[in-house]
Design a protein around this ligand. Structure first.
Ligand SMILES: Cc1cc2nc3c(=O)[nH]c(=O)nc-3n(C[C@H](O)[C@H](O)[C@H](O)COP(=O)(O)OP(=O)(O)OC[C@H]3O[C@@H](n4cnc5c(N)ncnc54)[C@H](O)[C@@H]3O)c2cc1C
Length: 447
């Protein structure tokens, strides 16, 4: 019998005109599919999850401030009454460029145009031990894992008699001084300062260290120097120990080894130190930059291809103002998707395509309540106003009225009471081997 993976995915009708297959429903893929709804194209959107993740707020899921459903949005709902868009939850494994066919865990699908928008994954820089023992935060399920890990640590620590045994369980080490690391560190320090002592009055939280490690000489390298200094000042105010110019060499699940510095004992190493573009079998090595990003032209077309496009974190596109490529941020992914959708629509009218130009709208990061930094193209500011701007921008960017309302209410409650109500330890049930394919994510390290 032929394996289902070698047969076409069932129940996808033949397109009357051209079929565009989009891999990945992140910021880029989702925006493109939305913009192509109600056009003459048949759009097939594939993602390994059945929801869109709002990654900028994952750190709030990890620190029990927001529920996973507040930052994740069901994809099928977005495409109600958009009949030319078909969604399938599928893991895409390989492209056969010769036959213009994709191989997925559900079966095969052919395309007229293919758009890769698979984003990026955590980069461990080749260190297998770190990959095995740290906790990354690139997805909702990884953020939820961190929440469970932190809460379970204190449920364990409260039962340990000796202080020396409690310390490694209570310490949290975060690696990477970009926005994710800074926001995680600030949020965990706030939990330690305001929330956990009320939950665990028998534990002394003076024993809990929150340490942020960065290999470079400053935090938030994409922001202006004044904003970087302010972020450092805010973190110190919250009691975060910041180690700059410090390289993590190894981690065995208990001791973090640092180059030229004392080792740190912790059961919780959160890795926010880097990303690497996702790729797919069938892409040639000469189509990739040395850092793995796929090389595209000014129309986001993969080099040496006619009908394959790449968007967002996965691609490397240069412009005069960005000779090393654009930053791997949400705005680039969204703007590229909008430009490609316009070009696909122009194609239907046999009109010429417009090249992509990135419009930088600015950067921001929040460190804690009333503490944020914002760099806009013509002005930079920090403090309470920056924090309010950060809250507003993120609230507006979240998909769906219900999610906006849920996040607004949760934040109001949290910042008024400092008592986030999500400190629940909901552990996954044991999954039998034969059910794992559908119930568990793929393992990404060797035992
Ligand atoms: C924790 C965190 C915080 C961030 N904070 C900010 C911020 O504050 N501001 C900002 O601008 N940017 C931020 N970013 C970066 C921003 O999220 C990315 O730049 C943006 O998501 C890139 O969009 P994308 O569409 O290229 O990829 P993504 O949004 O990552 O989407 C990729 C999609 O592809 C799917 N996929 C991958 N491989 C496969 C496969 N083989 N088969 C099927 N589906 C697949 C994934 O499930 C995912 O849905 C943050 C990122 C993280 C992780």
């Amino acid at each position: 019998m032929t394996s289902p993976e070698l047969l076409p995915i069932p129940n996808i009708p033949d397109p009357s005109k051209k079929r565009i297959v989009i891999i990945g429903a992140g910021f880029a893929g989702l925006k493109l599919a939305q913009k192509l709804a109600h056009t003459q194209y048949q759009v097939v959107l594939l993602d390994k999850n059945n929801y869109h993740m709002f990654q900028p707020l994952l750190y709030q899921v990890a620190t029990a401030a927001l529920s996973p459903s507040a930052v994740s949005f069901p994809l099928r709902r977005i495409f109600h009454k958009k009949d030319n868009v078909i969604f399938r939850m599928a893991v895409v494994k390989e492209i056969d460029k010769r036959t213009k066919t994709l191989h997925t865990n559900l079966g095969t699908i052919s395309y007229d145009y293919l758009v890769l928008s698979q984003g990026a994954n955590t980069n461990y820089f080749g260190n297998q031990n770190i990959q095995k023992f740290c906790a990354p935060m690139k997805s909702t399920s990884e953020a939820l894992y961190i929440r469970n890990k932190i809460i379970s640590n204190y449920e364990r620590a409260v039962n340990l008699a000796r202080e020396e045994d409690r310390k490694p369980i209570m310490n949290v080490v975060i690696v990477g001084g970009g926005a994710t690391g800074v926001e995680l560190a600030g949020s965990i320090a706030e939990l330690r300062n305001k929330v956990l002592p009320k939950d665990y009055p028998q534990l002394s939280f003076k024993n809990m260290r929150v340490i942020l490690i960065e290999a470079g000489s400053s935090l938030l390298s994409g922001l202006l120097p004044k904003s970087r200094e302010k972020a450092l000042e805010y973190l110190k105010k919250l009691g975060v120990e910041v180690l700059l110019n410090t390289m993590v060499e190894d981690y065995d699940g208990f001791t973090v080894k640092l180059k030229g510095n004392e080792p740190i004992e912790t059961l919780t190493l959160l890795w926010a130190a880097g990303i690497k573009a996702n790729t797919l079998q069938g892409i040639e090595e000469n189509q990739k930059a040395p850092n793995g990003r796929l090389l595209v032209d000014e129309f986001n077309r993969l080099i040496n291809e006619k009908d394959i496009f790449v968007l967002g974190d996965q691609c490397l596109q240069t412009e005069d103002k960005f000779p090393q490529g654009h930053p791997q941020v949400a705005q680039v992914a969204i703007q590229q998707a909008v430009n490609l959708s316009k070009n696909f629509k122009e194609e239907l009218k046999n009109k010429s395509w417009k090249p992509f130009k990135y419009k930088d709208l600015g950067s921001m990061a929040t460190i804690g309540k009333s503490m944020a930094v914002v760099d806009l193209p013509f002005v930079s500011f920090h403090g309470v106003f920056a924090w309010l701007v950060w809250l507003f921008v993120h609230l507006m960017a979240i998909l769906g009225v219900k999610n906006k309302l849920m996040v607004f209410l949760t934040w109001s409650w949290k910042y008024l009471s400092f008592d986030p109500s999500l400190r629940l330890l909901i552990r996954p049930r044991y999954v039998k081997d034969f059910k794992r394919q559908w119930m568990l994510e793929e393992k990404d390290y060797e035992d």
